[in-house]
Write a protein that binds this ligand. Structure first.
Ligand SMILES: Cc1cc2nc3c(=O)[nH]c(=O)nc-3n(C[C@H](O)[C@H](O)[C@H](O)COP(=O)(O)O)c2cc1C
Length: 386
């Protein structure tokens, strides 16, 4: 160690680690050399050896720093008290990882090499930081789920950490890798860091990730009902679900002729876009009906889609589909929504749908008013709570 104040020593140590972090943004572990790191600092290569003996020791210090920053973030997570605490934990912890891409990248490199080429005291310091993260996740679980038995908590932690190790290569995929996957015919689900972490955590709790089909029934693509649907989708997406939004108002859909050709369970005489909606609904776990209020009811565009259920009523009602209703109306009074809400509830009973919530957007007469409405938050929360 060079002579100097502890502050100066720490400052130089940090400068080296930060230079390594900068290079690591665009280069891999193997390519980065001590010479290159020195080029990014204010001192020469030989003087780096006063602080670190090997490149691996520098990386291990960076790794340690990343764990410390992650631990700090986890320590700050708190349950809101609203909704399912386990879902909230999954979402919040996934967001912390989303902000720690460098940690995930480091985890996906050859850690053994770093550990074996570092002095024991550096290794212990690194393991201490890692251990603090393990404890932080355990303590965080205790804050969110105080009733969780200790053994379950430990099982969760030691299932979650191996999952974290594997996130980076699944989330960060180059164009070349994508192309090779396509050529090899590999079915791959491209997901973000947040999506993988949230889905993984939810799976550890035993939750099922749902497919959700959103049927948008307004002629206004950027109108109020679609704005509310957008917030719902945001929340549901954050909760780890897979969303397919269908702008049914702009699809080629004809009104049911009532010709009985289908016999309520067969082929429809029309060759329009209805098969897209049918296939999506028969393959999904949840459907969301989105509509502006027109004369106290749903829009004709959405009603046409519902009437066309006729040719697959038996199949659809056999699915016990989960459903949600999202509406937007100009009026702010209590007398505008009950008619559509009752219709929807009757439809649920008849079609064996399981209602999971309604966002009845009263006083949402234009996009600018809707943007400031509490119904936006309500829609987001409903999506997130699923
Ligand atoms: C044909 C039509 C009928 C409407 N009927 C009602 C109504 O009965 N009650 C109401 O409060 N608003 C009514 N409105 C207003 C819309 O529900 C309101 O502007 C809503 O925000 C439109 O949603 P969107 O932007 O998603 O299309 C009507 C609008 C139209 C064009």
């Amino acid at each position: 160690m060079p002579k100097g104040s502890p502050e100066l020593t720490q400052a130089r140590h940090d400068e080296i680690v930060n230079a390594c972090a900068k290079l690591y943004e665009t280069m891999g572990f193997k390519e980065i050399t001590i010479k290159e790191i020195a080029n990014f600092t204010s001192f020469t290569r030989p003087s780096i050896y006063n602080y670190f003996q090997t490149k691996e020791e520098i990386f291990l210090a960076l790794f340690k720093q990343e764990y410390e920053m992650w631990t700090k973030e986890i320590d700050e997570l708190e349950p809101s008290g609203a909704g399912d605490a386990r879902l909230e934990f999954s979402s919040q912890i996934a967001h912390t990882l989303e902000r720690r891409e460098r940690l995930l990248k480091l985890l996906s490199t050859n850690m053994n090499e770093m550990e074996l080429n570092s002095r024991p005291e550096n290794l212990v310091a690194f393991k201490t930081a890692y251990g603090a993260s393990v404890d932080a996740v355990g303590n965080c679980l205790q804050r969110f789920c105080p009733d969780m038995p200790e053994q379950d908590r430990e099982d969760f932690v030691f299932s979650f950490f191996p999952l974290v190790y594997g996130i980076y290569p699944y989330a960060v995929v180059s164009d070349e890798q994508k192309e090779a996957m396509e050529k090899a015919g590999v079915h791959f689900r491209y997901m973000s860091i947040y999506e993988i972490a949230c889905l993984g955590a939810r799976k550890l709790w035993g939750y099922k990730n749902m497919k959700i089909v959103v049927l948008e029934g307004s002629p206004h693509k950027k109108g109020s009902s679609n704005m509310l649907a957008g917030e719902f989708i945001k929340g549901a997406h954050e909760a780890g679900h897979t969303i397919e939004a269908l702008d049914v108002a702009h699809m080629d859909i004809h009104p049911c002729l009532g010709c009985e050709h289908c016999g309520m369970n067969g082929v429809c005489v029309y060759k329009d876009d209805n098969h897209v909606i049918r296939d999506a609904l028969l393959a999904t776990d949840m459907a969301v009906f989105v509509t502006p209020i027109y004369y106290f009811g749903m829009s004709a565009q959405l009603k046409m889609v519902i009437d066309r259920f006729y040719s697959y009523t038996t199949k659809l009602s056999g699915k016990s589909l989960k459903t949600v209703l999202i509406t937007a109306a100009w009026d702010a009074d209590d007398d505008v929504m009950p008619y559509t809400a009752e219709h929807y509830k009757k439809l649920c009973r008849y079609m064996n749908f399981k209602d999971c919530g309604m966002v009845l957007g009263t006083g949402c007469g234009s996009p600018s008013v809707t943007a400031g409405s509490n119904h936006m938050e309500e829609a987001y929360r409903l999506g997130k709570s699923l």
